[in-house]
Write a protein that binds this ligand. Structure first.
Ligand SMILES: [Zn+2]
Ligand SMILES: [Zn+2]
Length: 112
């Protein structure tokens, strides 16, 4: 989740909560090892539970609502892409497109 999403969610319980408090708490939780920042391209920050981050998975980012979803499983065939003699240690993969909500609400193409 991104800090604005976390704020929106938390405000359901604490209506007067501000974004500065959210950032302060996120920082404390990262330092305490409870949360991990999600390394995604772009300047928006996302966080996930540290337990979740330990487990190998990838992310899907919706181009419309900018929410990020976990993608389970990994097609680990990247070794085959490497030039001869190269050794793969890790990979980082982000998928982009429309989430289920956004693909449903996409305007239907009018019939000619
Ligand atoms: Zn979406
Ligand atoms: Zn993977």
């Amino acid at each position: 989740m991104s800090p604005p999403e976390i704020l929106q969610f938390a405000q359901q319980h604490v209506p007067r909560l501000g974004i500065a408090t959210v950032y302060r708490n996120l920082k404390a939780m990262v330092e305490a090892g409870e949360l991990s920042p999600v390394p995604l391209p772009g300047d928006r920050l996302y966080y996930e539970l540290a337990d979740k981050a330990q487990h190998h998975h990838h992310h899907f980012r919706c181009e419309v609502c900018e929410r990020v979803f976990d993608v389970e499983g990994c097609d680990d065939t990247f070794n085959a892409l490497l030039p001869k003699g190269f050794v793969l240690h890790a990979h980082d993969l982000t998928l982009y497109g429309l989430c289920a909500d956004c693909s449903r609400s996409k305007p239907k193409r009018a019939r000619a």
